[in-house]
Design a protein around this ligand. Structure first.
Ligand code: UDP
Length: 508
């Protein structure tokens, strides 16, 4: 009989921005010969299957399988599923029980044994997403390893690991009175303003949930981070040098393994896939001059208000620059259909009259899910107006494209600070307070509005001026580091290999 192969259960969260790197992570494990079972909500499995290709193996034949939780909430949207698991104790307990059953039901997992793959041992650990901390509960009950794969930056992780201390010291959540405070004691981070904190630190009710989530980070046996050493050196060093407490993560158990992107993307300049090459936006880019186009996109779920969308259109038009803009209808309630282009709300009626005609030839408005990585790799693209989501940052740095930073929510303000002030690969877009009335409301962070003049000015700086040239050069330098990180002998690659060895050594 063949030796049993190490087996890992991976629990992503359902948002696209988290599921994409998780799937990439799961595929890397599978490619390294670790049997990898991805467990998530029933509904989410159906979507992931489209990305992976088949339920039991990837298109490349890696031993990876997808398992739904068979939960009663299968009919719910992703947002509602996540909310219920977070906020309704009975639902959370039920989901934890289902995950336990899935992990312990080795017989059923093994009965679907993969061709050519030795029988899988019982899972040695659960690797969960930051938004699926409940998965740690199942690992604790089963006495198996609890590992966190942190899909965002090490900087955000450093802040998260301090959040219970900040709470004990009465410094968070941030209030209207404390929003001007600067925090100078987050390991590895330069002084940061309270207003650059993720919105979860600024809203008391949500903050309490997240603070509890953060406790589970401290209890993880291993933390893997989707970053690379040359990008976040001071904070990674600081994280590894701190001892957080007796039961806390130990120095040496934090591994950066990023950027977790397809190898072909990071290494190969011609990652052409037939379907993408026929995509209208790629055909359009093919007709543009080299290094002339600004790519504009705000990620998988951010939506601009109608006045802001109009202002952005006017700013892009006035800049005279060529652009490819992934436009979503404003105030869409259903972000998933907006992102997939299936929303019934048309975007054209929100653009200035005659806009598309006036920018014809040099501007393209694209609705739907854009092939972002292919776009960033296109030789016509030389700037990215971005909401600063972490995946977008890793993708753009790995393509050597500098950023015009327009953060909106979550950790994007912190990411912007980091890109602009620390690694200097981005130019800041300044936002004005929107209206006096909104400022007088309960918002801790003022609702902001970016003017068309500011957009026009900064687009020109990024695309044509010396400052733009400076950040472009820095981005190109970091691109080399991103490539080296996962090349043979590179720091992220070595860390991943160490992690895989750890999994093998701990296989049951
Ligand atoms: N993305 C894409 N096409 C789109 C919008 C987004 O491929 O039209 C991908 C993008 O490449 C990235 C992810 O979706 O991998 C968005 O992740 P990010 O962390 O940047 O933003 P968020 O999901 O938080 O909005």
């Amino acid at each position: 009989m063949m030796d049993a192969t190490a087996h890992v259960v991976v629990v992503p969260s359902t948002s696209s921005g988290h599921a994409i790197p998780f799937l990439q992570f799961a595929r890397r494990l599978a490619a390294a010969g670790i049997v990898t079972t991805v467990v998530t909500s029933d509904r989410h499995v159906l979507e992931l299957e489209k990305l992976v290709g088949s339920a039991d193996r990837t298109a490349q034949g890696e031993p990876l399988r997808l398992l739904g939780l068979r939960d009663k909430q299968a009919h719910l949207s992703h947002e509602e599923w996540t909310r219920q698991v977070r906020e309704v104790p009975e639902v959370r307990e039920a989901v934890i029980r289902l995950l336990q059953e899935a992990v312990t039901d080795v017989a059923s997992l093994q009965s679907r044994q993969l061709r050519g793959v030795p029988p899988a041992a019982p899972p040695a650990c659960v690797v969960h997403d930051m938004f699926a901390p409940w998965a740690q509960g199942a690992a604790v009950k089963l006495h198996i390893g609890k590992h966190l794969f942190y899909v965002s930056s090490a900087s955000l992780l450093s802040l998260a690991l301090q959040s219970n201390r900040l709470f004990r010291e009465g410094r968070t959540p941030i209030t209207r009175e404390t929003r001007d405070v600067v925090f100078s004691d987050i390991p590895g981070l330069p002084p940061i303003s309270a207003l650059d904190f993720p919105h979860t630190y600024l809203m008391a009710p949500v903050y309490d949930w997240f603070r509890k989530y953060h406790l589970t980070f401290q209890n993880a046996d291993v933390i893997l981070v989707n970053t690379f050493y040359d990008l976040e050196k001071p904070v990674l060093d600081a994280l590894r040098n701190q001892v957080l407490g007796a039961s806390d993560i130990q120095a040496g158990s934090i591994f950066e393994i990023g950027p977790l992107l397809p190898d072909s993307y990071v290494n190969d300049d011609t990652m052409e896939q037939e379907a993408e090459e026929r995509d209208p936006c790629i055909l359009w880019l093919n007709k543009q001059a080299p290094q002339s186009v600004l790519y504009v996109s705000f990620g998988s779920w951010a939506i601009l208000s109608a006045p802001q969308l109009l202002e952005l259109a006017l700013g892009l038009e006035a800049s005279g620059c060529s652009f490819l803009w992934v436009v979503r209808p404003p105030n869409a309630t259903d972000n998933i259909s907006a992102a997939s282009g299936s929303s019934s709300d048309s975007v054209v009626e929100y653009l200035p009259p005659g806009f598309e005609e006036r920018v014809k030839g040099r501007g393209m408005c694209y609705s739907g899910w854009a092939p972002q990585m292919r776009i960033l790799k296109h030789s016509a693209v030389s700037g990215f107006l971005s909401h600063c989501g972490w995946n977008s940052i890793l993708e753009t740095l790995s393509a050597g494209v500098p950023v015009l930073a327009w953060p909106m929510i979550a950790e994007q303000h912190l990411n912007r600070r980091f890109l602009v002030d620390v690694v200097k690969v981005a130019i800041d877009l300044e936002a004005n307070a929107y209206t006096k009335e909104e400022l007088e409301g309960d918002e801790v962070r003022p609702v902001c509005f970016v003017s068309k003049q500011e957009i026009e000015k900064k687009v020109r700086i990024l695309m044509y001026d010396a400052e733009g040239h400076f950040v472009r050069q820095n981005t190109k330098n970091l691109r080399v580091k991103a490539r080296e990180a996962n090349a043979p002998g590179g720091p992220s690659r070595r860390n991943f290999e160490t992690y895989v060895r750890h999994l093998r050594d701990n296989a049951h």
